[in-house]
Design a protein around this ligand. Sequence first.
Ligand SMILES: [Zn+2]
Length: 335
Amino acid sequence: MKNFKRSIAPLLATLALTGCATAPDPASHSVPSDKSIQMRVDKASAAAASDLTFLLPLCKAPAATEPSPEEINKVIATQIARPAPPPMKVFDNLYFVGAAWSSAWAIDTPEGIILLDALNNQFEAAAVIEAGMRRVGLDPARIRMIVVSHGHGDHYGGVPYLVGKYKARVVMSDLDWTMTETKLDFASSLWGAAPKRDVSARDGERVTLGGTTVTLYLTPGHTVGTVSPVFDVTAAGQRHRVLLWGGTAFNFGDKPDRLKSYIESAERMKTIARQQGIDVLISNHPGWDNAVQKMNQLSKASSPHPFVVGTPAVERAMTVMSECAQATRDRYAIR
Ligand SMILES: [Zn+2]
């Protein structure tokens, strides 16, 4: 017994120093350095495991210089030219009607359709959203509401066309309405005009149509007023809860406040995902949720449902984004 006590004493001392609840996080308490950056990247890579590696480009070092408007236009033109993936009914009440670069999702309800984002311009709105909806048996004339995740043209560009045709209401955050009315983060001649201010989403606001409630969380970072919708879907008799992360890339440059907001948003949504049992994570770009590969899988077999990744995976995705944002913050800090 005496020996046991003696042998456990150093162990207890070590535990007291390194216990999870109280141990300082070296990276968050140290000055930004190559070491702190590597620590964040390692944490993100560990959280990404093998199923979320499509998020890891977030951890790459940002470009040394900001791209010119011409360079941005060239990239956008190349992206828009990519052929759209086939539209698809992904859940009983959720359809992918997006393009190769930007996504649009349609939530179908008995009283109409809630469209999540509207692609780059009227041509995509017609050829991809309207035509895609018809291909999967949805009537675009039933679009009642368009939720715009954030004020970048690859998400709002098709809105004025659809509003002109179907008189849908448009929901965006107040801050992003103001941004699109005053100074755009990005402008491109390839994008449709910004929509006229309509409904402003408040944090946690619930919008309901035909029995489906979409909760709109403000998750600032990618833009000052990014909105991330959360809602229920069903498949094979099972209910699932979906988070559409409203803005993913850190394409705003060296803005520590924006990265701070992003980190706080990702950490907050991690908690909400756990509390609400969110088990599906989608994006407004197929590159950020692997939607095309998942739809290919779904077309071959509906079980297990490739979009139902489980709550721990949704939490891990939030960790990847938070850790990569922290790595990016530190990279700018030591430049
Ligand atoms: Zn954006």
